[in-house]
Design a protein around this ligand. Sequence first.
Ligand code: ZN
Length: 499
Amino acid sequence: MPQTTQIVRGGRLLDAAGHSAAPADILIRGDSILEIGAPGLAAPADAAIVDASDRLLIPGLVNGHTHGNTSFGKGMGDRWTLELLLNAHPLTGAGFSAEDKYLAVKLAACEMALMGCTASIDMFAEFPLPTREGLEATGQAYIDVGLRAMIAPMMATRSFWHAIPGLYEALPDTLQKKVDTIRPGTGDDAIGICRDTLQHWPHDSEQVNLALGPTIPHHCDEPFWHACRDLARDYDTHISTHLAESRLQAVASQKLYGKTLAAFLDDQGILGPKFVAAHAIWLTDDDISLLGDRGASISHNPMSNLRLGSGVAAVQKMRAAGINVAVGTDGCTCADALNMFEATRLACTLTRVHSPNYESWLGSAEALGLATVGGAHALGWGDRIGRLAPGYKADIVMLGLDSTIYWPLNDATNQIVFAENGGSVRDVMVGGRMVVSAGQIVNVDMAKLRADVDRAIERHGPARAAAREIVESLAVYVGPFCAGFAAQDLPINRFVGNA
Ligand SMILES: [Zn+2]
């Protein structure tokens, strides 16, 4: 942690609620904001000056949901539903070595930093099991770029093809034999690895910590949910999962459990203030009340939800029920850029398509609040990040007012939410350290990273070709089966996702 004193001078500080950006200086001691004041704010003589002239200063954006491991899979697939994306997981991760996991996350972290994001919840995936080495390398990648993260390893006890009732049986024998070889490890092994990794976590948990990521409720058996619940409690950490992301999942839950996925998770003792549900589209009103009562967070990932045709989450109902809502990008295989400005804009504007009652729409200041304060609360760091205020970490994004989208500067909040695409990000500071300066990543040799990624993709060629053949032969059956399955009547009609 830097113990120096810095003074950020010459910038304009966003007052999101006030829709304004008055000139202000920010005094930073070590990794935290000490004082904010009018231009000319007194600073110790030895304070380093950070020139923020022509910059608009905003809190670092917090990505509520991503998958750093997917950054080698960007652009794959076009008309993929969530189920076709899950069917393709052997392809999107084909050929990965231990080093590739680190590289993929590093690439993702660089992209997030360049787009003004300073912290994320990363449901990092390894198959068939998480590994201590992979999780530590993921944490190291975030540290090497300079971002904060919560790593929640994705885990399952059933393969995708076994988790959907009737899907496995609908496959021809030859493909059944193939998917029989693509099974996750046991729940006991996954828990053992996570316990060992939590016990020996080598990183500063103020910057990068470890949580649990049982991937999708019905992909995990009940004993595994209980083990995750107990392990999270033992280490006082979070659980994140993909909750009711697709209509298919809502139908599957009724068939498997006779209740909604949220109710199922509540029965397992999972819902609470340290629970983060990604997507949460196919919820009933009762589910929303339940999540609110339990103090849970959701990460709203609108770009992914649109690309995969999953639906539109009922963000305003969630907020009204007291759910903490964060904004997320999701991973590169479904989002595809890790662009929090885009996600925030969609989070804001998608609340406007259902009703002409404009008073029910999400406002721009509130949308930005979800992407900063909401994300910070989801991470459990609501008292440390998400705001620019004394006592908070110096996680500051400096947008260039030289960008045409700010000519003229009429309403800083509206212009950020409705126009910013990340292209104006000039400097990004995390905990008082610059991670992006003049639009360039500071801590990573990007030319080397690009060459390393190119080499990795070349190495993956044969594994990718083999995986593509299997995935495409499966997709012929999986696509229509899942579309038909998802179209079944739901026994209750209170799902609000596409209301
Ligand atoms: Zn996801």
